[in-house]
Design a protein around this ligand. Sequence first.
Ligand code: HEM
Length: 405
Amino acid sequence: MAGTRTLSKYWMLTNDFTQNPYPVLEHVRNESPVSELSMPGGGRAFVVTRYEDAKAALADPRLSRDIHVHYRLMSERTGQTMTPPPEEANHLANLEPPRHTPLRRAISFAFTPRRAEALRPRVEEIADDLLDRLAGQPVPDLIAGYADPLPVITIAELMGVPADAWPDFLRWSTALRTYSPTDGSGVLDRNIQELSAYMSALIAEKEREPGDDLLSALIHADPERRLTSTEILSTGFALMTGGNDTTASLVGGVIAALLTHPDEREQLLGEPGRWGKSMDELIRYVSPISNALQRVTTEPVELGGVTIPAGEVVVISVMSTNRDTSQFPDHPDVLDLDRHKPAHLSFGFGIHYCSGAHLAKVITEIGARRLFERFPDVRLAVEPAELRYAQNVVVRPLEALPVRL
Ligand code: HEM
């Protein structure tokens, strides 16, 4: 196929790539920016690595995020009829217009910049509580003990989940990230069922007794705007699956970046207003989303000189776009807090642009700032080169971040 060059078959799925992806991505961007990747279970995907191609792909309605389109393709490829569970099939992130539009409108009130700002004091309390628990440990792991629970608790609370269920939410969130529908273990299904049963009971309770929270607002919305109970349940799943791992990956990544960039850390801590201005550069540099924003072509589509047939999986490598010199000409591999308005794609682009972007920035700023304010001498307990990234095609979390406080 014109413009496509075959690299090592599973190049994006190897551990070497996970640990050090940027040289490989630079090579791919230069040599075959829309390239084919074989999937271990059979089948293939087209990987988009250049910034402009990625933006065009994300704005193109012929590239679908509809989960039914994805499952149809998986069924064709495996020869087994597969249908998405209702919890995954009825939320905004997995649907296209027309249904996407009212589903997105229904939650938009909860994710305005003003609302995100109003959550600051509560996020600080949650961060401080978690730091209290780490204080006595000789070598605490800031991923398991801090970056992972901080967004889970914040988002659970935003939805109106009471505190006694937060440990379960953390467990469910970890399972949703760790297991896949095709791994044969059944663990994902079991956790989806448990979370679904819990959320259904919670929704029934809030129907009777509304609280000041997002689920209650959805349940008691005006009749013409009201979502079905399945859609409300599914939206809860979207917020958990969309918000937890992504934000945890960013919080951990930003803390690790600042532990290894003392000058930048000084700048941020010396001038609190600096966090807001520098957050997009931190997000570009850390790239919490790794390779996958996934789409399926519903018609043949030309991208970067390659014609991708209908019915193909397209993977957009956000991590690659964040280091593309055509968009970030000055040393894209460097963390430069003075970089002028870095328009990264870590929150996506187009109609599926992240609903929780403001909230994610607030959680990340507070998560990093409170750690360094509370423990000014915090330092890595291992060499930076020993830090390992977890293998995951969607997000790019560190496996662990051991520190001395
Ligand atoms: C650093 C943290 C985050 C990152 C990097 C991130 C990234 C993204 C990206 C890239 C998309 C678009 C997906 C696509 O086009 O395929 C997206 C969508 C979405 N995100 Fe986030 N996200 C983050 C945090 C959050 C949070 C905290 C929430 C809510 C609690 C959230 C809720 C959503 C929802 C609901 C969508 C779907 C929007 C739609 O389909 O219209 N995200 N996110």
